[in-house]
Design a protein around this ligand. Structure first.
Ligand code: GLU
Length: 506
């Protein structure tokens, strides 16, 4: 067995929790669990301009929702805290002093205006961007004088420009870049906050992280990190840069083309196990080629050497399909539980019911004792066999089942009642006869209802589907509904007869 991996996910709380965070976290989790290691959540909140106060809570909520458990983190504690970088600024300043003393970093007093001019001139010359090194060679007395004057400064990494910097990526092999192509990166900003590079390296070292798994987009930062490890005299961790998630057109995953917020998926009725399975497929494949597998199954034969680096496509349709498969596979009781929990969650987040889609359901729930009531649960459970194979997300339940939850279904067009090659009189006669036949039924269950309607079709010499369409529209208010006879059974005799009368009047 390999050495226990100490891994971390280090999201910046700058907005909605991103699917990419869960994707990397899942592979972190698998690494930690399969090697007997540890998994840390660290909040990289040093960029105060982009900080979003809600974001951290949403990150932890999302990871808990998905069942991607970390062993240490801001909300669970642990021996390596604090786990928010904004609470560790003292540590970074001490470390910067070590670099300044050792001559591997330097103070830069350049003003914002000078840097802007420099960049402008570089662009004009078509020269690569980067600090021109003006303050690299300041003499100690010059530095003293500027400090005495109280001039603001940043601390920069003194990148050796005369040699290449290289590291080994566990998934990609050797990566090498010439020192002269690496910018003298700012490590400590003038507000006293560290940049990502400094804080990330210091924390990875102090938290004993030995396996860094992160998205491919950070690969250009890694040479800077390698130089920092050198400057501190520390052993660098192993690096694994995971392929970026992509939109279907192969561009980097973006909000414009896919929802990227984990909360969006939770609110919209995706099951956590489907989400985890889908994200796992972005880098892992099961030995038997099976696409549907649980996290436990993945952990059984996870091998980091087999992580695929070909650009994984975040295909929402595929996720919907997979989610539908997971919904189908749930025991009926469990699906009812998930639906009720989902609605409770949406209400907790004050997501208002849409009068067109889930409004009738929610009004009905309130009229029948609320989400906790046994009657509500029992009825929802009774609807499950009618919908389980027809919904791909929990959110699709309400629009599909509207006919069960409102009395007035008459919002349809008259034309919808009339099948091809039939006319309005014919349909009126049909509905009138159907009403009479159904009224005579003593056993209001789907089999006798079906028998009555098929018998009627024979009697008047219509094709069965020619009578099912007007019946369906009359009773459910739509040409699309759960299975007709079962729906009629659930809606009940009195309501069905009243709806047919309504259709006759139309
Ligand atoms: N804070 C970085 C992010 O937002 C961390 C990248 C890394 O894992 O090093 O993804």
């Amino acid at each position: 067995m390999s050495e226990p991996a100490v891994v971390r996910i280090a999201p910046s709380p700058t907005g909605d929790p991103h699917v990419g965070t869960a994707y990397i976290a899942l592979f972190d989790f698998a690494m930690a669990r399969t090697t007997g290691g540890r998994f840390i959540l660290r909040i990289e909140d040093t960029d105060r301009t982009r900080y979003d106060a809600k974001s951290e809570a949403q990150i932890t909520e999302s990871l808990h929702w998905l069942g991607i458990q970390y062993d240490e983190g801001p909300d669970v504690g642990g021996p390596n805290g604090p786990y928010r970088q904004s609470e560790r600024t003292e540590i970074y300043r001490e470390h910067v002093d070590k670099l300044l003393d050792g001559g591997t970093a330097y103070r830069c007093f350049c003003t914002a205006e000078r840097l802007a001019e420099m960049r402008h001139a570089q662009r004009a010359r078509k020269a690569p961007p980067g600090y021109d090194g003006l303050c690299r060679g300041l003499l100690p007395e010059e530095i003293e004088a500027k400090l005495a004057e109280g001039i603001q400064y940043v601390v920069r990494l003194k990148v050796p420009k005369d040699r290449p910097v290289s590291f080994h990526d566990e998934l990609r092999g050797k990566v090498e870049i010439e020192g002269k192509q690496i910018d003298d990166q700012v490590l400590l900003k003038s507000d006293g906050f560290p940049t990502y590079h400094l804080a990330n390296v210091v924390d990875d070292h102090l938290m004993e992280v030995n396996d860094v798994i992160r998205a491919e987009e950070w690969i250009t930062s890694t040479p800077k990190h390698v130089l920092l490890y050198e400057a501190f005299g520390w052993t660098p961790p192993r690096f694994r840069h995971m392929p970026l998630l992509r939109n279907k057109d192969k561009s980097k995953i973006s909000k414009r083309k896919n929802p990227t917020s984990l909360i969006w998926y939770k609110e919209n009725g995706y099951l956590p196990e489907a989400m985890v399975n889908f994200l796992a497929l972005m880098g892992y494949s099961s030995p038997d080629g099976e696409e549907m597998f649980s996290l436990e199954q993945m952990l059984k034969d996870f091998d980091p050497k087999r992580i695929s680096t070909s650009g994984p496509v975040f295909d929402l349709e595929k996720l919907q399909w997979l989610n539908g498969e997971y919904i189908r596979a749930l025991p009926e009781n469990e699906l009812a539980t998930r639906l009720l929990a989902h609605w409770t969650y949406r209400r907790g987040r004050s997501i208002e019911a849409d009068p067109e889609t889930d409004g009738p359901l929610h009004a009905w729930i309130d009229a029948n004792g609320g989400l906790e009531s046994d009657a509500v649960r029992a009825f929802v459970l009774a609807t499950i066999p009618l919908v389980q194979t027809r919904i791909k997300t929990l959110e699709e339940y309400a629009p599909l089942t509207r006919c069960f939850f409102r009395d007035d279904v008459s919002g349809y067009e008259q034309a919808e009642l009339i099948p091809k090659k039939k006319d309005i009189e014919g349909v009126r006669d049909l509905l009138t006869t159907a009403h009479a036949d159904l009224e005579g039924l003593t056993d209001w269950t789907h089999e006798p209802i079906e028998g009555a309607l098929r018998g009627l079709a024979e009697k008047i010499e219509w094709k069965p589907r020619e009578i099912f369409q007007p019946m369906r529209v009359a009773v459910t208010g739509s040409k699309i509904s759960p299975p007709l006879f079962e729906s009629m059974e659930l809606i009940g005799k009195t309501a069905c007869l009243a709806r047919i009368e309504g259709a006759i009047r139309r």
